[in-house]
Write a protein that binds this ligand. Structure first.
Ligand code: NYM
Length: 215
């Protein structure tokens, strides 16, 4: 007997510089989708709850050190270990809202001396490809108005400047469905913008297979 294939969920990623509002907006988006009867779950990278994630968390807090290549691969492994769960959810029709993904992985590691974007991208090749990547754009001046840097690794203005340039490079990649959001708007206006675009992406994804990133 023919069985109607269920409609898959969409993979929606939020990226952007620190303090652009990614985490706030991810939570609001998941809530809004659920309230409009679209199953949705939040995923955060790094996921600090797994054994790999705990190592990453200790590294970010400077409680441990890792060689730079090794920690890049840990961030990547932390995504790969979630892939079976992500695919299962998407197949069940659940839309995943993801706070940072491979793009943060590349933008941050390639801000280090001697790291090419190409090398950084390699371990990410073949991850589930986002149907939509929202880049929350905020100028460093506007970010500064939102408060001081935290005290985790990478939270210095020089490093962040390099990360920003890398994100701008990644935005030119037309194999990825990037959409730029003006994150200087009010929380509610950013939310409305993101929700509209997400609804469209969810409809589109229903008739498209899930892709493989950078493959
Ligand atoms: N980060 C995040 C990376 O360096 N590589 C990655 O792959 C990911 C996902 O970790 N400064 C960095 C960016 C952040 C830090 O993220 C932790 P958050 O969203 O501040 O917890």
């Amino acid at each position: 007997a023919a069985v109607m294939a269920g409609k898959r969920g969409a993979l929606i990623v939020l990226e952007g510089m620190d303090r652009a509002g990614k985490t706030t907006q991810c939570k609001k988006l998941v809530q809004a989708l659920q309230q409009s009867n679209r199953p949705a779950d939040l995923i955060t990278f790094p996921d600090r709850t797994t054994p790999i994630g705990q190592q990453i968390s200790a590294y970010l807090k400077s409680d441990t050190d890792f060689e730079d290549h090794a920690v890049h691969l840990l961030f990547s492994a932390n995504r790969w270990e979630m892939v079976p769960l992500m695919k299962r959810k998407l197949e069940q029709g659940v839309t995943l809202v993801v706070d940072r993904y491979a793009f943060s992985g590349v933008a941050f590691s390639s801000a280090k001396q001697g790291f090419s974007m190409d090398w950084c991208r390699n371990p990410e090749v073949g991850l589930p490809k986002p149907d939509l990547v929202l880049y929350l754009q905020l100028s460093p001046a506007e970010a500064a108005l939102r408060g001081q840097f935290g005290d985790e690794r990478y939270e210095t203005s020089a490093f962040q400047k390099a990360v920003k340039q890398n994100f701008e490079q990644l935005l030119k990649d037309s194999s990825v469905n990037w959409q730029v959001i003006d994150a200087s708007q009010s929380v509610e206006d950013v939310h409305k913008d993101i929700t509209d675009r997400s609804h469209k992406a969810i409809i589109r994804a229903q008739s498209l297979p899930l892709g493989e990133l950078w493959k």
